[in-house]
Design a binder for this molecule. Structure first.
Ligand SMILES: Nc1ncnc2c1ncn2[C@@H]1O[C@H](COP(=O)(O)OP(=O)(O)O)[C@@H](O)[C@H]1O
Ligand SMILES: [Mg+2]
Length: 322
């Protein structure tokens, strides 16, 4: 920072040389509704261009956190910087696209009119062609002139996505974007998220479809009862590697060797091994062969995010960064 500033630089030059601030940063967020603590000491960051999943059971506080990040709910404690500004400053939201969990658009407007309205509300101008393209992106190209009142829930959710994206945001917050979508729609959203990531748009995604989150997110934050139960990259959270083997002629020595490399389960000739971090697969295979084992298949695997999430929520804690 100051290392790049030269004597005689203007303030604008110095600011321009600073690294961009995070898409969102929050620290010590807390929110209580009457005597129920909805959010308790939540801190995390979504970096520029990063896709982060916010996971947790119903009532965990995900929507409340999102609303505090966006300045829509006032925290009892804690701080938020949204694209470098305090979240209460409306200017911080100008470059944010948001799909709320619950929403209703004016039923008398057409899909195209809803988009045009939100472009105006965002205080920007976008060519009509770009707005139509945005409707196409969410699969509503042929419904642009139909009234929203006649849309199914899934179609309204698609329109909500278009609204969140139409003003070319730098940060997109999606609160359960696929809850009403059919499998095809979910796949579309996945592609959409991947294309946002390619363009360097930061995304905070709250979804119950964990497989989806696992496919698109760089990092996840897991909330439980208002607190962060675990957070990290997928590699950090799913660190445990698994190996599926099909083996013949496994003697006592070989079985002991396998059991020494990690937690072993056996079903006939199929062995599943939850590998210790230090286990080296090629060495293991060589040693098995040395013990006369016939190796038919060695398949790497990894526990799924879903398994890990259930594990974390059941035990209520996590070994940090394993
Ligand atoms: N406006 C509100 N008034 C009272 N309680 C609320 C309000 N909003 C959320 N809550 C409570 O806060 C907790 C967290 O809710 P929410 O953030 O919606 O969870 P999630 O999105 O993870 O399902 C729940 O117990 C919920 O009942
Ligand atoms: Mg919610």
């Amino acid at each position: 920072m100051s290392a790049t500033a030269q004597p005689g630089d203007t303030a604008a030059q110095v600011l321009g040389a600073l690294p961009p601030t995070a898409a969102v940063w929050c620290s010590g967020l807390r929110k209580r509704y009457r005597r129920r603590t909805a959010v308790d000491d939540v801190s995390f960051t979504v970096g520029r261009g990063e896709v982060v999943g916010l996971l947790g059971p119903n009532g965990a506080g995900k929507t409340t956190v999102i609303k505090m990040l966006l300045g829509l709910v006032r925290p009892d404690a804690g701080e938020v910087l949204l694209l470098g500004r305090p979240a209460r400053d409306p200017r911080s939201r100008a470059k944010v696209g948001y799909l709320p969990e619950l929403f209703r658009y004016q039923p008398w407007l057409t899909a195209a009119e809803v988009l045009a309205l939100h472009v105006r509300l965002a205080g920007v101008s976008r060519p009509v062609a770009e707005q139509s393209e945005c409707l196409g992106l969410v699969g509503l190209a042929d419904r642009a002139d139909d009234r929203v009142g006649g849309f199914s829930k899934g179609m309204q959710q698609r329109l909500g996505l278009a609204v969140a994206l139409v003003a070319r945001p730098e940060f997109v917050v999606l609160d359960e974007p696929t809850s009403a979508l059919d499998p095809l729609g979910r796949a579309d959203v996945r592609d959409l998220l991947l294309s946002l990531r390619e363009r360097g748009v930061a995304v905070l995604l709250n979804s119950h479809l964990i497989g989806e989150v696992e496919r698109v997110c760089d990092r996840v934050v897991i909330l439980d009862k208002g607190r962060i139960a675990a957070a990290g990259t997928l590699a950090e959270l799913l660190g445990q590697r698994e190996l599926r083997l099909r083996l013949d002629e496994v003697g006592v020595d070989a079985e002991a060797l396998l059991a020494g490399a990690g937690k072993l389960t056996r079903d006939g000739d199929a062995f599943t091994l939850a590998l210790d971090d230090t286990a080296d697969v090629p060495d293991l295979v060589a040693e098995l062969v040395g013990l006369g084992v016939r190796v038919h298949a060695v398949e790497p695997g990894r526990i799924s995010l879903e398994e890990r999430l259930l594990d974390i929520l059941r035990t209520g804690h996590t070994e940090e960064h394993r």
